[in-house]
Design a protein around this ligand. Structure first.
Ligand code: 6PG
Length: 239
């Protein structure tokens, strides 16, 4: 796992945006299927991307997918789609046909099946039958979850389905979550984690066994990179 550590959250976000742009630019004939996580961490990245790097981004070659979504309507403040739409997608010239929203307002079980089928339709499938996302961008909760795979729901790490319904144990909110095997099958997994309250989960990802969902996918995925600010990485630097 390659670690990229920066002093501030803005520097970390900018470095990640440029890394993504470089990866896409290195293969000028390829369309990239990228799955984005939600939560609060990506907000700064989306804002900076829209306002500082839009003109150097080949938006026509990026398909936007979601790692997970809360089972709420798009206009709900919890919506991962709603946040990305407001901060990035409504501002940059990305074709609407490149945006593949999880319908949080739909029946969760039906939507997990629908969205799994959509991913399989648009992406080459591995021998496992899993679609191969080019890049999966993950956050991590300080409880060790990633995507919306929480402690106690580890069956989602080995599910043969692309997306499944999960439940946030902190508020019983249903979610649609990219499963562990789908994440592990991605060409590249990038964790984007910032803040001192994430120092323990970052240490767990980098220095433990498969002790939480975030550590599990980090240890089993093909190519894993971590973009961290110094606050989140503080327990790594002590070693
Ligand atoms: C979500 C995310 C989730 C997130 C972590 C970190 O829908 O909440 O996909 O996996 O990445 O919970 O969230 P923060 O960035 O808010 O700390």
């Amino acid at each position: 796992m390659k670690q990229y550590i920066y002093a501030s959250s803005a520097e970390t976000a900018r470095a990640l945006i440029l890394h993504l742009i470089n990866l896409i630019s290195e293969e000028p004939r390829k369309i990239f299927n990228i799955a984005f996580s939600g939560g609060s961490t990506p907000a700064l990245m989306f804002d900076l991307w829209a306002n500082e790097y839009s003109v150097v981004t080949p938006w026509d070659r990026i398909r936007i997918w979601w790692v997970d979504e809360r089972c709420v309507r798009p206009e709900n403040s919890d919506s991962n789609y709603g946040m990305m739409r407001m901060l990035l997608l409504d501002i940059v010239p990305i074709p609407e046909s490149n945006i593949f929203r999880i319908e949080g307002e739909s029946n969760p079980e039906e939507e997990a099946v629908r969205y799994s089928g959509l991913a399989k339709k648009y992406m080459q499938q591995q021998s496992s039958g899993m679609p191969a996302f080019d890049i999966v961008l993950l956050g991590a909760g300080n409880d060790g979850h990633t995507s919306s795979i929480f402690q106690g729901q580890e069956h989602l790490l080995i599910s043969p389905n692309v997306y499944e319904v999960s439940c946030n144990p902190h508020n019983a909110q249903k979610r649609i979550a990219l499963t562990g095997q789908s994440i592990i099958n991605a060409g590249r997994v990038i964790f984007f984690i910032m803040g001192k309250d994430k120092a323990d989960v970052v240490a767990e990802i980098c220095m433990s066994g498969d002790t939480c969902p975030a550590a599990y996918v980090a240890h089993h995925a093909n190519k894993v990179e971590l973009f961290l600010d110094e606050a989140a990485a503080v327990k790594l630097q002590d070693k």
